[in-house]
Write a protein that binds this ligand. Sequence first.
Ligand code: IPM
Ligand code: MG
Length: 355
Amino acid sequence: MKNYKIGLLRGDGIGPEIVDSAVKVLKAVGEKYQIDFTFTPYLIGGAAIDACGEPLPKETVEGCLASDSVLLGAVGGPKWDTLPGNFRPEKALLGIRAAMGLFTNLRPAKLYPALKGACPLREDIVKDGFDIMIVRELTGGIYFGERGYRQGKYGEEAFDTEAYSRMEIERIARVAFETARKRRKKLTSIDKANVLETSRLWRKIVHEIAAEYPDVEVSDMLVDNAAMQLVRNPSQFDVIVTSNMFGDILSDEASQITGSIGMLASASLSDNKRGLYEPIHGSAPDIAGQNKANPIATILSAAMMLLYAFDEAAAAEAIVNAVDKVLEVGYRTADLTRENALSTTEITDKIIEAL
Ligand code: IPM
Ligand code: MG
């Protein structure tokens, strides 16, 4: 029997509950498809700050690097919000992305027919549905550029810098073209080339790489226009490729038009197959520990892990189909309905039943 070692980063807030749900689903699907998993938890974020005084302990980094793949819940919460930048739980997320070399972040956003009613867009806008894959650069740009405080013209001032190298743009562009090639072969590169030098280099290099992919139709879009197009006509998009910060913002926007941020999974990948899988939502401290959170984004992240990290396409598809089925039948967590909401554990059990 195959065995995969999975590092679990439960994190903070609803993190532990949703990760435990996904683990249950993985175990269930593993039984059906003869896959064995070994799960090892490691501390991250506020939980790590509380236990050992730092958001990303060395053991966590080493444990993740030694795992076949990593499943993450969420980090952060009001308790740690006033800590200095370097000691914030979010710093751990950036740290683990950098340590594992996870330069690609895949964030699929599709409209589930069963959730059309939860979509805030007008019916005529989403009549054809949408199925978007956002390819976000994850270890460069302003998130990782030089930053600090200094005395400026008007006294105290803070600064962050956006920098992108040719190498970083080339490799994310290739991932995006490869991704588009396996889908509807349409790539939109999003930048702010009318203002930013980094965007002008980005655009130039994307078009150089495009020559290697004549079968993919590529176009550029300015980020402000893209923010508008996402709510005006989301079905025009297939694959989107963009920088770390623009991808952060646009993926939250894309998640909202699917009906709930509680539905969106993500995969963060390096050159090798190892990767880190996490829902795109945060730790939702307001509902933490109440068995109310929607675990579907994390469960779908586990499905992405099966597909991308382990090539277990059948098992991955079984999870995706089970989620579809449960939604079709009408089961909903509290983020998606006002009446008869199921708890985290209840909807998890329904998904397992549907497997
Ligand atoms: C995300 C989150 C993170 C990011 C935060 C928590 C650092 O918003 O994964 O989208 O900005 O990348
Ligand atoms: Mg974000």
